[in-house]
Design a protein around this ligand. Structure first.
Ligand code: NAD
Ligand code: IPM
Ligand code: MN
Length: 361
């Protein structure tokens, strides 16, 4: 059978707890399909700082480079928040990983599972019948990475500087990802910008309109980001693919996640040209619940499923994971973040819902 090399980077907080469940799912996939996942564990984030002296140790980068994909947990937490910004887990490890591996296309599918409509913070009539939104977030440009960046000057004269830049090729390539994704689903792209204020957005809109000409079967619309934040909670069913620059996508994807019931449900794929990718939950290390064994591992498990789908071409196995998750939710299994105390629901911990998903596989 085939063998794939996976770099496993659990990170901090709930990262290792939810990663353990995703690895159990990979074990189950190995048993059912003729495939081997050769896993190499590596330290990243706070774990990298504590064990190897830096957030992104060179050994970790090398393990990632010799792998077919990266399965990533989450990084960061109060323990490392007082370090110089560039040494902290987020800016010292997560953002460099995205840049080093050219992971410019971040896919965040926000799908409501039918049995979870009451876990959403929206009224049931707003989400009844479900919605299926794919947020496509540009991940290696914009205000996250552009220079100059930093704090200039001394004392009260200091100025914090961030710069937002987008080049034509950067906009073009992410627009192609969005239109091609839309062709395989609802054939609609809503491009988010702030073209009434930002120059990057003026260019963004112009280039997206140009790329759209190559996809006449896809309907393109544009929305200002402030309105988009409002429309998402007003009527989420109007959206199919949402295309955003880096920071807008960060914010809107957390919002879209909550519509599905919990941030702990939202997986993500960060893709480069070709088949290499990094797969991680959209949420963070959740310091408020870390160490208690109660985190929702579904985002991590679905992220592993996205790895099979996008990096390894294992569509059938990926579908099987999605179905197993749906079945377990239909069966009433709920971690605390999605528990409504309704009839038929069973409050379970991280390990128990992981076991149930494996049993459903
Ligand atoms: P967070 O996503 O960690 O937590 C926000 C809220 O969502 C918390 O109440 C948390 O308990 C809940 N939550 C998140 N994932 C959950 C899960 N799987 N199950 C149940 N509940 C879940 O965001 P934050 O509190 O703003 O940030 C905490 C730390 O995580 C920070 O250091 C931040 O920089 C980092 N972070 C890392 C990543 C990443 O590694 N990809 C992403 C976001 C935030
Ligand atoms: C995410 C996170 C990261 C981001 C942080 C931790 C740097 O919030 O993956 O959404 O802003 O991209
Ligand atoms: Mn985020």
């Amino acid at each position: 059978g085939k063998a794939y090399k996976v770099a496993v980077l659990p990170g901090d907080g709930i990262g290792p707890e939810v990663m353990a469940e995703a690895l159990k799912v990979l074990d189950a996939i190995e048993k059912r399909y003729d495939v081997t996942f050769e896993r190499t564990h590596a330290n990243v984030g706070g774990a990298g700082i504590d064990l190897e002296g830096r957030a992104l140790p060179e050994t970790t980068v090398n393990i990632c480079k010799s792998s077919d994909a990266i399965l990533f947990g989450s990084v960061g937490g109060p323990k490392w928040e007082t370090l110089p910004p560039d040494e902290q887990p987020e800016r010292g490890a997560l953002l460099p990983l995205r840049k080093i591996f050219g992971l410019y296309a971040n896919l965040r599918p926000a799908i409501i599972f039918p049995s979870l409509t009451s876990a959403s913070s929206l009224k049931e009539e707003v989400i009844s019948g479900g919605f299926d939104i794919l947020v496509i977030r540009e991940l290696t440009g914009g205000i996250y990475f552009s220079q100059p960046k930093g704090i200039e000057g001394e004392g009260r004269d200091r100025i914090g500087v961030d710069t937002m830049r987008y080049s034509v090729p950067e906009i073009e390539r992410i627009a192609h990802v969005a239109f091609q994704a839309a062709q395989k689903r609802g054939r609609k792209v809503c491009s988010i910008d702030k073209a009434n204020v930002l120059s990057t957005s003026v260019l963004w809109r112009e280039i997206v309109i140009g790329v759209a000409k190559q996809y006449p079967d896809v309907e393109l619309s544009h929305m200002y980001v402030d309105n988009a934040a409002m429309q998402l909670v007003r009527w989420p069913k109007q959206f199919d693919v949402i295309l955003c620059e880096n920071m807008f996508g960060d914010i809107l994807s957390d919002e879209a996640a909550m519509l599905t019931g919990s941030l702990g449900m939202l997986p993500s794929a960060s893709l480069a040209e070709g088949t290499f990718g990094m797969y991680e939950p959209s949420g963070g290390s959740a310091p408020d619940i870390a160490g208690q064994g109660i985190a929702n591992p579904i985002a991590q498990i679905l992220s592993a499923g996205m790895m099979l789908r996008y990096s390894f071409g294992m569509v059938e196995a990926a579908d099987a994971i999605d179905k197993a998750v749906a079945k377990v939710l239909d069966g009433g299994y709920r971690t605390r973040d999605i528990y409504q105390n309704k009839e038929g629901e069973k409050l379970v911990n991280t390990r128990e819902i992981g076991d149930a998903i494996i049993a459903a596989l």
